[in-house]
Every structure is written in C-alpha cells, then in structure tokens.
Design a protein around this ligand. Structure first.
Ligand SMILES: Nc1ncnc2c1ncn2[C@@H]1O[C@H](COP(=O)(O)OP(=O)(O)O)[C@@H](O)[C@H]1O
Ligand SMILES: CCCC(=O)OP(=O)(O)O
Length: 358
C-alpha cells in the first residue's frame, strides 16, 4: 500500500533523507558523501545518479519498497524567481535545475532526484519553498547599478517554517505578522517578513554578513582588482568567496564550536572574528528593522549557529531594543518538506506549476 512520503534534502557534503507517514517522521538519516566521491563531478547536477543510488540503497536497507511511496519531495534549488509554496516537479523545472539557471547549489539536486524516483513509480514529485523564492517589493530589487539588480536567494524553507511556528505560538497566522528571521548556518540569510512575505533579504550566497564559510559582502572595488589581477582563476575566486571565506578564511574552521574553544583558550583573533560575525548579523537585522519601518513583532534566530550561546548573546546585545527575540536552533527543513507535500497529497493545497509562476 502506498503510504510513505520520501523526503530528500541534498547539502554540499551529505544528503538528508527521511520517510514520513502523514506528517510523522518515521526515520531519518544523513547520508554522508566522501569528498573523493564528489570530486569527479564537474557540475553539481552531474552528481544526481550517484546520490539517487545512495538514497535508493538507504530505502533498501530500511526494507522499504518504492512501491510503498505516495509522493517524493525534495529541497528546491536555484530556479527562476518564484513565489513561495509547494511546486510539482515538471520537466521544465528539471531543465532549469540541471543548468543551474540562477547558479549551482546542492539543493538543485532535490527536485531532480525526487522526480527520477517518482517517475519510476508513476507518482508525483514536489519541492517546497525553494531557495529561489522571490517575494521582494520592487524597491528592494534596486541596487546601485541597473545592470546588477538585487536578487532574492534565501533559506526560504526553514525561515518560513520557523516563522509559521512562532506565529502559531502567539495565536496568529503568519500573514498577520512582521518578523525578522536570521537563518544563521553554513550560509546566512537575514530576512524581513512583512505580513508573512519575505520582502527583503541579503543574497545568502553573495552578500550580507560573512558566515562560517562564505565571505558575504566584500569591498567591491578591491574585488574587481583581485579578479583582474591574474592571481586567481574564476573558479578559484568563487571558491574563496563561497567555501573558503568567513570563519574558514580567517580561522581555518567552519565549526563555531572550535572557534568557541579557541576563544576560551585565549585566542584574541578568534574572539575578534566571532564578534565581527555577530556584529554583521546584528547590523543586517537592524537593516531589516528599517525595511519594516520599525514595526517588528519578533526577531527569530535559527540555523546551526543559533546553538551557540556565545553568538546569540553577542547578537542579542545589539538588537534587543528592536523586538522580543526567539531562538530556534537548527533547522526543520525535513518536517517542512513533508508537511508541504502532505498538504497537497491530502488535498488541502494545490501544487503550483513552475511554468505558470515564473
Ligand atoms: N549542535 C550544535 N552546537 C553548536 N554549533 C552547531 C551545532 N550544529 C551546528 N553548529 C554550527 O552551525 C554551523 C553550521 O550550521 P548548519 O545550519 O548546521 O549548516 P548548514 O547550512 O550546512 O546546514 C557550524 O558553524 C556548526 O559548527
Ligand atoms: C543560496 C541560499 C541557500 C543556501 O545558502 O543554502 P545552504 O546554506 O544550505 O548552502
């Protein structure tokens, strides 16, 4: 009997998988990919067969047949800008995920793997609140140059899931609330939610605060000089900014726990870098308060860094005056994906069609 929803969430070094019955998580695993296994692929999209096989092997290990699946749902990637929601994975979407229409990112594999498994069973595949969710107001799109508009690339899935949860806890719907949500993980998105819509956010890949391994916004003139210095190839420079920036660039680790240990051992540089990361996050939260004209119901800190009291205290000390602060460490992406797919399977919501929304 078909009853399980398979959830697939690909990250840069692992693929999280889970099996849900309804909205109950029955089992979940983080399938780790060794760097050597991924090295041979030039493009992330080329990893899809390898990763799909690891997902299918996991199902087998768990004694689950794909014929028992009612739907497959994956984390959505860097598609064309789309409104938030649950999307059926269509052939047009797959094409954009494969070419990486807004860039390469492991999340592009979610829809690709989901559809491949679903097609073999004649069932539907979905994605939910992809990182390409774009609810910007027009004013937010304007940068300092018409050829370089600001783009919305955001941890939409977790941000909307935790925002929904906090709204519910205060007895409101998300569309009644103004929130600032800072997803502070491997990448950082600080988003202004105006009546539930993400009306502004730093581009988590290319701007805003530096993160454990991303440079965030850097001085643009100096970056142009570096780019034309002949010192680095395009790929090397990209890696410097995404992967080898932030904590990794300064301290050689992306693990905030290691940084905290360095500080406890008296490392002054580690202390300054930690303080600076918190300073930049707080500054971005302040910017979002201006976006919302100061009408902020809650500030929410979420993502892996929110486990660190050192960092959340540093942020709180700078933004406490804006609004009450909620801390939801980690992320709830697997549950949010399953719940999105379940709403469609259960007939509570109609899946959007990508081609009709872009
Ligand atoms: N349980 C934890 N306690 C303290 N720090 C954590 C914990 N889990 C993750 N982190 C830190 O959070 C950062 C990664 O955030 P995370 O949201 O897990 O990343 P990703 O965006 O890759 O999912 C790292 O610096 C990591 O050290
Ligand atoms: C591009 C925005 C999404 C993002 O950065 O996700 P990860 O932190 O999971 O890489």
């Amino acid at each position: 009997m078909r009853r399980f929803i398979l959830v697939i969430n690909p990250g840069s070094t692992s693929t999280k998988v889970a099996l849900f019955e309804g909205i109950t998580n029955l089992k979940q695993k983080n399938l780790i990919h060794f760097a050597n296994d991924l090295l041979k692929y030039n493009k992330i999209s080329e990893q899809y067969e390898y990763r799909e096989n690891t997902v299918l092997s996991w199902l087998k290990e768990e004694g689950i047949e794909t014929s028992e699946l009612v739907a497959v749902v994956g984390r959505g990637g860097l598609l064309k800008p789309v409104p938030s929601g649950v999307y059926e994975v269509t052939d047009a979407m797959i094409e954009d995920l494969k070419v990486g229409i807004q860039g390469e990112h492991a999340s592009n594999l979610g829809g690709i793997i989901a559809k491949s498994i679903a097609d073999n069973e004649g069932i539907d595949a979905y994605i939910v609140d992809p990182v390409a969710v774009d609810e910007f107001e027009e004013i937010a799109r304007i940068s300092g140059h018409p050829e370089l508009p600001r783009r919305s690339l955001v941890h939409a899935l977790n941000i909307r899931a935790v925002a929904r949860r906090i709204a519910k806890s205060i007895g409101k719907n998300l569309d009644e609330m103004n929130f600032i949500v800072a997803h502070i993980g491997g990448g950082i998105s600080v988003a202004a939610l105006k009546l539930g819509r993400i009306v502004d956010v730093n581009n988590a890949n290319e701007g805003g605060p530096f993160s454990p391994e991303r440079a965030g916004g850097v001085p643009v003139g100096d970056l142009i000089n570096l780019a034309f210095s002949g010192k680095y190839t395009y790929g090397e420079l990209k890696k410097k900014l995404v992967g080898q920036g932030g904590l990794v660039g300064y301290l050689g680790t992306n693990d905030i726990r290691e940084v905290a240990a360095m500080i406890e051992n008296g490392d002054e540089k580690a202390k300054l870098i930690m303080q600076s990361m918190a300073y930049q996050i707080a500054k971005e939260i302040g910017a979002c308060a201006a976006v919302l004209s100061g009408r902020v119901d809650r500030i929410i800190l979420t993502g892996g860094l929110a486990y660190s009291k050192m960092i959340t205290d540093l942020i709180k000390n700078r933004v406490y005056f804006i609004a009450p602060i909620e801390i939801i460490p980690g992320e709830d992406e697997m549950q949010a994906l399953a719940e999105g797919a379940f709403r469609v399977v259960n007939g509570e919501e109609k899946a959007k069609i990508y081609e009709e929304e872009v």
